[in-house]
Design a protein around this ligand. Structure first.
Ligand code: ASP
Length: 348
């Protein structure tokens, strides 16, 4: 009997360690906090077909290093008593400046070969929000989103108007080719070829979304959520995804949680994922983890919507569910740091 049990346990351990798509609670959720931490921060760098066999050791190390560096930037601000708004902005600026992620430098290409960037930020204390869509020259779209939040009467500005506003706000602009990277151009060529041969699904099988996001809880108890992206490779017709849509890709409410999403944006818009998180918590009394699991693994999965989200609640509880094989992600709380890529978490 004992022997059978041992064999079963060994088999299950082997399966779990070899199955990077495994997304059990321990993978996606930080241990619940017994006491509210002084601060908390959680980030993502996109969800997708992120598998150990598809990535070299060097690439893996580069992603881990970038995620750790981003967390350190945000954590240092929060540790010093800085605002969640500053922590989110500075963390995302770092990720936007890294060519590893599909945001800022490293953004994917549209079907006609441009980079059009979207970003948003929401303040959980006031539920004020700012978002921008279709930027071609603003170096750090998250700064433009913050400027809309703080210095405009509006929530969402797009295209030329958004760029004019960003310039008026004194934000850095760059020539369009600043956003060019070889790897994203090749991804566009692959997507075009797949489309031309009609063998391609809407999303190539090697799809990595690569959007970046950050949610932070500061020592004053305020939550800010932010998200930034180049959108989806081969997008067209002035398409915006979920990222600049408040209530879809980004949402924050100090009384429930902050959320940032990544994945196939059309589904996140249709299912109002960001707002659904807070609604499930407020109206049903669910935990942030229960809400995230339900939306990502039940609602979206049933609909065919691939992706994931990061969220943290007012008590510093964190969840990071995804229904793709992997998601670049990490979080930090006092004395605690986790960074993960695949269906696993690791302390580093
Ligand atoms: N959600 C983004 C979009 O649809 C893509 C991503 O997460 O990478 O634009």
């Amino acid at each position: 009997m004992n022997r059978i049990l041992i064999v079963l346990m060994a088999l299950s351990a082997a399966f779990c360690s070899k199955n990077p798509t495994s997304d059990s609670d321990t993978v996606a959720t930080a241990e619940a906090v017994a006491e509210k931490p002084a601060y908390a921060i959680v980030i993502h760098g996109g969800a997708g077909t992120i598998l150990p066999e598809n990535i070299t050791g060097e690439q893996e190390a580069a992603y881990r290093e970038a995620l750790n560096a981003a967390l350190t930037i945000g954590e240092d601000i929060l540790k010093d008593g800085g605002s969640s708004r500053d922590a989110v902005e500075q963390t995302i600026i770092f990720l936007e400046n890294s060519p590893l992620f599909n945001a800022g430098k490293g953004a994917v290409f549209t079907s006609d070969g441009h980079n059009e960037l979207d970003a948003s930020m929401m303040d959980g204390a006031t539920r004020n929000a700012g978002a921008v869509g279709g930027l071609r020259h603003v170096k750090n779209p998250i700064q433009a989103a913050r400027a809309v939040l703080e210095h405009s009467k509006h929530v969402l500005l797009t295209g030329e108007g958004a760029e004019t506003f960003a310039r008026q706000q004194g934000l850095d602009t760059v020539p369009a080719d600043y956003f060019y990277t070889d790897s994203r151009w090749k991804a566009l060529e692959r997507a075009r070829a797949a489309e031309a041969s009609k063998t391609g699904a809407l999303l190539p099988v090697d799809y990595k979304y690569g959007t970046v996001g950050c949610v932070a809880l500061d020592q004053q108890g305020h939550i800010t959520a932010g998200t930034s992206t180049g959108g989806m490779t081969n997008k067209r017709f002035g398409r915006f995804g979920d990222v600049p849509v408040i209530g879809a890709g980004t949402y924050a409410d100090d009384s429930t949680c902050g959320v940032s999403c990544t994945g196939h944006g059309e589904y996140f818009i249709r299912y109002a994922v960001g707002h659904d998180m807070t609604a499930l918590m407020a109206y049903k009394g669910w935990s942030v983890e229960e809400a995230g699991q339900h939306i990502i693994h039940e609602k979206l999965k049933a609909a065919g919507g691939a992706g994931g989200l990061i969220a943290l609640d007012k008590n510093g509880n964190i969840t990071m569910p995804f229904n793709t094989p992997g998601m670049y992600r990490g979080y930090a709380r006092p004395g605690e740091r986790v960074v993960g890529l695949f269906g696993e978490t690791e302390n580093r």
